[in-house]
Design a protein around this ligand. Structure first.
Ligand code: GLA
Length: 375
């Protein structure tokens, strides 16, 4: 048996009160391996961390709390391994007030719904107004703050499930959700989302990793080069709700059709990038739609998705005040970037946008892949 599991289980049996002292710490010093370790308790629920590994030694660590990806450890051009996402050293980090959704799964509706309201089949539904007048990322207790059930786990995959009850956070219908994380031999992390419902309901699921491919060397991502296969984006009002129109990126700071440094024109974008791009694709095929390159480390990441949109967010609200950060790093503004594959924000109130209403008898299915290599 994996020694980490054995030690973790023993500690678990001999009293949860002792746990915070060992919180999230590797119990063995031997080389990294796949397995499950006890992480901490939330009231009476146990939080575990699951480590996936591939034959190249790439590691991905995930919590059943929020389905949160805590670590993605990949090699740089010299073969040195480093963690390419922002994270914390302990569960208290992930649970702190103001944790800006590091690494977690987001739902039932990722991104914003205007004025925390929508009307479906003639009935108005009221959601949590947790972001000014709007509802953000599923409400007060979205899918990022619940404990997911583990359906299966092995060296290369973790399958999670959650039943979001009818009325939870104001949304209609019992929504049964499954998310599968798989780490593949080509150094890609694949995330598959499936859901079914017993009443019509809006659904928009994503993951909220903050990437910094320097793995702790660069304090910001402004030197990273981004490419987005998108000729259009959805302009927003002052509360970041789309106006309903799409706009051409050509000749504007929003143009990433040819890779450019994120820092090049960010100063011209009020507050930094936090917008939805309309991907140049039709239908639900899995296509490569974005890439990020960090020249100093040589790390290159491609993003593939079945989704029609992507929120490119440059960590504008990070201000260096988060506690329990990994290795005590200060996460300043623009310390990480998010590429949240998604349907467009506020779609339940925007008839011209692609449909986000899932009906009984239908299956929600989306796939996103983050693939790492060296250039
Ligand atoms: C998304 C939003 C941002 C911000 C972050 C979380 O990316 O678009 O405005 O709310 O989540 O901090």
């Amino acid at each position: 048996m994996n020694i980490k599991i054995a030690v973790g289980s023993l500690l678990f049996i001999f009293g949860c009160k002792l746990m915070p002292r060992n919180e999230g710490k590797e119990i063995t010093s031997s080389k990294q391996m796949a397995g499950k370790i006890f992480y901490n308790m939330i009231e009476t629920d146990s939080v575990f961390q699951y480590t996936l590994i591939n034959k190249n030694g790439m590691l991905v660590k995930i919590l059943n709390y929020g389905g949160t990806v805590t670590d993605i450890i990949t090699p740089d051009k010299n073969g040195k391994m480093g963690d390419v996402i922002l994270g914390y050293d302990s569960l208290s980090g992930y649970m702190q007030k103001g944790n800006p959704y590091f690494g977690c799964l987001v739902g039932r509706y990722a991104n914003r719904i205007a004025n925390a309201k929508f009307t479906l089949d003639g009935k108005e539904y009221t959601l949590a107004a947790n972001n000014g007048p709007n509802s953000l990322h599923g409400g007060w207790k979205g899918f990022d703050k619940i404990i997911w059930s583990v359906k299966s786990f092995n060296d290369s995959s973790l399958a999670l499930s959650y039943l979001s009850k009818d009325g939870e956070e104001g949304y209609p219908g019992n929504l049964s959700v499954e998310v599968m994380y798989s780490l593949n031999v080509d150094n890609s992390l694949k995330i598959e989302y499936n859901a079914t419902t017993d009443k019509p309901t809006p659904v928009n699921l994503t993951n909220h990793c903050y990437f910094n491919l320097s793995a702790g060397t660069d304090s910001t991502i402004l030197d990273h080069e981004l490419m987005l296969k998108a000729d259009k984006y959805t302009p927003v009002n002052e509360t970041l709700i789309p106006t309903g129109k799409t706009a051409d990126v050509k000749g504007t700071p929003m143009d990433f059709t040819v890779a450019k440094k994120i820092g090049k024109e960010i100063a011209q974008v009020n507050g930094g990038y936090d917008h939805n791009w309309v991907l140049n694709k039709t239908g639900n095929d899995l296509e490569m739609i974005a890439s990020v390159y960090h020249a100093a480390s040589g790390r290159y990441m491609e993003v593939l998705t079945t989704q029609p949109g992507i929120q490119f967010y440059t960590g504008n609200f990070l201000d260096g005040t988060l506690k329990n950060t990994r290795g005590g790093l200060q996460y300043v503004q623009h310390a990480g970037l998010c590429l949240e594959t998604q349907h467009f924000p506020d779609s339940p109130n925007q008839p011209a946008f692609p449909n986000t209403i899932l009906k009984p008898g239908e299956s929600y299915h989306h796939v996103t892949v983050y693939k790492f290599s060296i250039k």
